[in-house]
Design a protein around this ligand. Structure first.
Ligand SMILES: *[C@@H]1O[C@H](CO)[C@@H](O)[C@H](O)[C@H]1NC(C)=O
Ligand SMILES: *[C@@H]1O[C@H](CO)[C@@H](O)[C@H](O)[C@H]1NC(C)=O
Ligand SMILES: *[C@@H]1O[C@H](CO)[C@@H](O)[C@H](O)[C@H]1NC(C)=O
Ligand SMILES: *[C@@H]1O[C@H](CO)[C@@H](O)[C@H](O)[C@H]1NC(C)=O
Length: 512
C-alpha cells in the first residue's frame, strides 16, 4: 500500500514539474556528438521547471561524454559519514570575489549569413537556445564586430574612399542590415538585459601607416581623431536601429600586426599609443557624443603580455577614466599562465577583466575526427571558463555563435569550429558539447552573481562556484578523469552533499 502511494506521488511529482525536452542525439557510430534541433524541436528545460529545489536538496545537472545532456536529478544534504571521497570540496559563500557580468557570443557576418538560411522558426529556436533566460543559456552579452572580420564573405570597412577625412562616404554595409542587426535585436527581445559591445578589426586602410588592412600598420597620427569619429558614427547607426553599445574595444587583436607574415586583418597598437588615443581622442569623443555612457575595453588580445600592455592606459587617469577594463582572448593561454590575470586584477582592482573571444581552429563536423574531438573541445571550453572565473574574469564570450558544416563562410579561409553548427539543407542545427560547456554556467549564473570560495583537494575535479542575486548557490564541477569520482561537497552554510561524478562529466549543482 505504502509503495503504491509512493508511486502515485512520484508520478504526480513528475508531471507537476513538467517534462523537459530531451536531447535528440546525433550519433557517429555509438557516440553522441551533438543534439539536433529543428524548427519545431530543441532540447531544453520545461516551462514550469521550478527555479530552486526543495529545502535540504540540490538540483544536479550532468552532461557527459557518455551521452547525457543536462540530465537533471536531485541530491539531498545530509550526513556523508562513511561515504567514499576521491575529492572533498569546500564551498564558502561568505567569501566573495568578482561580480559576474555575463556570457555570450559573436554576431559575425558569417553567423548571420548561415542563420538566414534556416527557416524563420528554426532561426528563432537557435537564438532562443542562447539568449532565452529560461529555455536557453541565458546569454546576456553579444559582441558585434564593427565592419568585416575574417568571418565575412569579403573585406570591407564603412569608408573605403581614400582620404575621406570628413567621413562623407561613411555607410554601413548590407551585412549590418541583413545579418547582424535583426539577430542582435532578436536576442535583446528575448533577454532585455543583453549588453552589446563592439570591436573593429582595422580602420580603413587609408588611415594606417602601411595603407594596408593587415601587416605592421599603426593608426596615422593625423587620423587619431578621424578614427574616433568613425567609431562613433558606427555606434550612431546601430543606436538608430535599437542597438546601443555598452562598450567598444580599442580594436581586435592589435598584436597580429607584429606577427610575422600573418595575413589577419588588424591594426597595431603599442601600449603608449593606445593610452594616448583613448585619453585624447576616443574617450573625449565618446563622452561628448550620444554614447557618453559607452565604456572602452582595452586591449582585446591574448593575455601573454598582461599586465604590461594595459599599464600605460590604466595607470593614467586621463585614459583610465574612460576604460571599464581589459578584454582578453584565449588563443595563447597555453603560453600564458592564469596568474597574469591575477596580476592584472591586483594592479587594477577597480577594472574588470573579460574574456571576449574563444574558438577552436579547424572544424571537425562531417569529418572522421568529429567522434574523437567533439567532447575534448567541450572540455577545453568548460576548463577555460572555470579558469577565467577563478581568476577574476566577469564574463566569457564565445566567437561565432554558429557557423555552417564547413566552419565558414570565411573569405580568409580560416575555417573554425563553433558551439552550434548549422545545416541549412536540412533546416537543422547541431548543439555540440562546447554549447553545453557554456550552458552549464551561463544558464545558472546571471548578471550580478558573485563568485564565491570553493577549495578542493583533487586535480581531477575542477570547480568554480557562485552566489546568485536571489541567494542560490551554483557549483560547477568538471571531472577530467576517465573513472568516476566520489565527491563530498561541504557547504559551510548548508552542510554536506555526497555524490558520484561520472567519467568526463560537466556538473552543475544548484541549491538555496
Ligand atoms: C523536429 O524534430 C523532432 C524531434 O526529432 C521531430 O519529431 C520532428 O518531426 C522534427 N520536425 C521537423 C519539421 O522536421
Ligand atoms: C591621401 O593623403 C595622403 C597624405 O596626405 C597623400 O600622400 C595621398 O597621396 C592621398 N591619396 C589620395 C588618393 O588622394
Ligand atoms: C549624454 O548624452 C545624452 C543623450 O545625448 C544627453 O541627454 C546627456 O545630457 C549626456 N550626458 C552628459 C553627462 O553629457
Ligand atoms: C559532408 O562532406 C561531404 C564532402 O565535403 C559533402 O559532400 C557532404 O554533403 C557533407 N555532408 C553533410 C551532412 O554536411
Amino acid at each position: 500500500m505504502g509503495h503504491m502511494w509512493k508511486t502515485i506521488f512520484a508520478i504526480a511529482f513528475f508531471f507537476g514539474k513538467g517534462i523537459a525536452n530531451e536531447c535528440e542525439p546525433y550519433r557517429v557510430d555509438d557516440v553522441v556528438i551533438a543534439c539536433v534541433c529543428n524548427s519545431t524541436y530543441c532540447d531544453g528545460p520545461s516551462d514550469d521547471e521550478p527555479k530552486v529545489p526543495k529545502e535540504g536538496s540540490s538540483f544536479w545537472y550532468v552532461t557527459n561524454k557518455n551521452g547525457l545532456r543536462m540530465h537533471k536529478s536531485e541530491v539531498n544534504f545530509g550526513s556523508c559519514d562513511g561515504s567514499p571521497a576521491d575529492a572533498t570540496i569546500t564551498v564558502d559563500s561568505s567569501k566573495q570575489y568578482q561580480t559576474i557580468l555575463g556570457f555570450g557570443g559573436g554576431f559575425t557576418d558569417s553567423f548571420g549569413i548561415d542563420l538566414s538560411k534556416l527557416s524563420p522558426a528554426a532561426q528563432e529556436q537557435l537564438i532562443r537556445a542562447y539568449y532565452d533566460p529560461k529555455k536557453g543559456s541565458g546569454y546576456t552579452l553579444g559582441r558585434i564586430p564593427c565592419a568585416s572580420t575574417d568571418f565575412s564573405t569579403r573585406f570591407y570597412t564603412y569608408d573605403d574612399v581614400v582620404n575621406d577625412t570628413s567621413l562623407k562616404h561613411f555607410a554601413l554595409a548590407e551585412d549590418d542590415y541583413k545579418y547582424k542587426m535583426p539577430y542582435a535585436r532578436k536576442a535583446l527581445e528575448l533577454n532585455k538585459e543583453t549588453l552589446f559591445f563592439s570591436a573593429a578589426w582595422t580602420p580603413p586602410a587609408w588611415m594606417k601607416t602601411n595603407n594596408k588592412i593587415s601587416g605592421k600598420g599603426y593608426l596615422k597620427k593625423e587620423h587619431y581623431q578621424t578614427y574616433a569619429n568613425y567609431l562613433v558614427k558606427f555606434m550612431d547607426e546601430y543606436k538608430k536601429h535599437g542597438i546601443d553599445m555598452w562598450a567598444i574595444s580599442t580594436g581586435n587583436e592589435p598584436l597580429n600586426a607584429f606577427a610575422f607574415n600573418l595575413p589577419l586583418i588588424s591594426m597595431g597598437w603599442t601600449p603608449k599609443m593606445m593610452a594616448d588615443w583613448i585619453a585624447n581622442y576616443l574617450g573625449p569623443t565618446l563622452s561628448s557624443s550620444a554614447h557618453n555612457k559607452t565604456m572602452v575595453l582595452a586591449f582585446d588580445d591574448n593575455r601573454h603580455v598582461l599586465p604590461w600592455f594595459v599599464e600605460p592606459t590604466l595607470e593614467n587617469r586621463a585614459s583610465s577614466k574612460y576604460v571599464v577594463g581589459t578584454a582578453v582572448h584565449w588563443y595563447q593561454d597555453f603560453l600564458a599562465p592564469a596568474y597574469l590575470l591575477d596580476r592584472t586584477h591586483n594592479e587594477f582592482p577597480d577594472k574588470i577583466i573579460i574574456m571576449t573571444e574563444a574558438s577552436i581552429i579547424d572544424p571537425v563536423w562531417n569529418t572522421s575526427k568529429v567522434k574523437d574531438e567533439s567532447w575534448s573541445r567541450g572540455e577545453k571550453y568548460i576548463l577555460s571558463i572555470i579558469e577565467y572565473m577563478n581568476h577574476w574574469a566577469v564574463g566569457w564570450v564565445d566567437w561565432n555563435l554558429a557557423l555552417d558544416v564547413s566552419g565558414g563562410p570565411t573569405w580568409q579561409k580560416d575555417y573554425l569550429d563553433s558551439a552550434i553548427v548549422i545545416n541549412a539543407d536540412e533546416d537543422v542545427f547541431y548543439k555540440q558539447p562546447m554549447y553545453y560547456a557554456i550552458h552549464h554556467i551561463s544558464r545558472f549564473v546571471g548578471r550580478g552573481s558573485a563568485r564565491i570560495s570553493v577549495t578542493g583537494d583533487t586535480s581531477a575535479v575542477e570547480s568554480t562556484a557562485f552566489l546568485t542575486p536571489s541567494g542560490e548557490v551554483v557549483v560547477v564541477l568538471y571531472n577530467k578523469d576517465t573513472v568516476p569520482k566520489h565527491v563530498i561537497l561541504n557547504d559551510l552554510q548548508n552542510g554536506p552533499l555526497c555524490f558520484e561524478l561520472s567519467p568526463l562529466s560537466m556538473n552543475t549543482l544548484k541549491y538555496k
